[in-house]
Design a protein around this ligand. Sequence first.
Ligand code: S3P
Length: 431
Amino acid sequence: MYHMRSIKIKPIKKLSGNLRLAGDKSISHRAVMIGAIAEGVTRVKNILDCDDCNYTIEAFRRMGVSIRNVKNETIITGSGLKGLKKPSVAKIFVGNSGTTMRILAGILAGQDFETSLEGDTSLSNRPMMRITEPLSQMGVDIRASTGGYPPLKIKGGLVNPIDYRMPIPSAQVKSAILFAGLYAKGTTSVEEAFKSRDHTERMLKLFGSKIKVDGLKISVEGGVELEGRSFDIPGDISSASFFMAGGVLLNDSKIRIERVSINPTRAGILKIMSGMGADIRIHNKADLFEPAGDVEVETSRTKGIVIGESEIPGIIDELPIIFVLAALSKGRTVIRGAEELRVKETDRINSMKANLEKMGADIEITKNEIVINGVKELKGSKNLRSFGDHRTCMAMTIAALAAKGESEIDDIDCVNKSFPEFFNYLKKLEG
Ligand code: S3P
């Protein structure tokens, strides 16, 4: 029988020390995907070993791509744009990985075979119309099941270019269209209302694609083969953000997370935390194909902040930990335009509100605003729930460490989705 592992958490005094984290999740997915459809060999250092990225790796192995770990490198022997093979299985299972399902759909759009992509129960309830619509407009035969949910059936082949204005801000949707655009006859363009993470654009450029970024509009030319590359992935800022928040909230703390991604389209958390008054500094900046730096934080008194819609894509995965910071900051935090949180691994507006209220937080949700009034302290609760969502689980772990009294969180294995080492690193920082 499946046994859900829970964890008891006692408050701690401080977090201190240095850490170096495994590679960014979004960049790791893209490294595998682009390496797999490039020509020649791609060598990647510091790829993230987590459930989601392993589903991406497995999917390409099933389509004939050799992906091997040799010493500290992942070596991908690319098949070229159209060289993937029809998988031997009827359906490729991608677990809980929305990124794998949505972005891979763009690549499958260009392959001359039919494939199905299937997810676990939680992923089977996440919206896919956001990709089936633009890909259908490109002439791809792609079908979701009733209501626009997984599984997806994709019969690739001919792809027409489009000019697409994105109705929702989503790097996954943008990436699916850009990947499909690699197979189109002509130039495909995507325009966003607000800038979302630009890892796909940066990496396609690195691999020699003809891609142009003009403000919020990105254009890619179809039919241009990509060339394998070697690179090193900076640490995951989303994973780092839990420790950063812990370092700020707990007394006498000082932590440094080395060589982490500080890509401005992704690392909005740095600006938000500074805006809240956190003592946060970046050292050793390096501008590789993705900017990286060492992030240092110290215990700080934080205050509430107003976060507008345009800032949401840059902090979309960090909002659960921002809830925690806001709950313990002085004054009021207002977050606008964060409805996308409702369609993540769980409804993160509900999951965070329900949990934090059990600890005494003051949170109000209106149609398009989240209002968090800071309280002096949170109290431990024995009924905290992860809802099977890795980021809810990690954010609540930090809340519990900073609370008064013991807490318990159910079902913690979900952290394996993005950060299997989370609890080990936490122990290290606890000293
Ligand atoms: C991701 C984009 C975001 C994010 C997800 C990873 C990506 O999703 O929440 O964890 O790698 O492109 P959306 O693009 O759907 O907002």
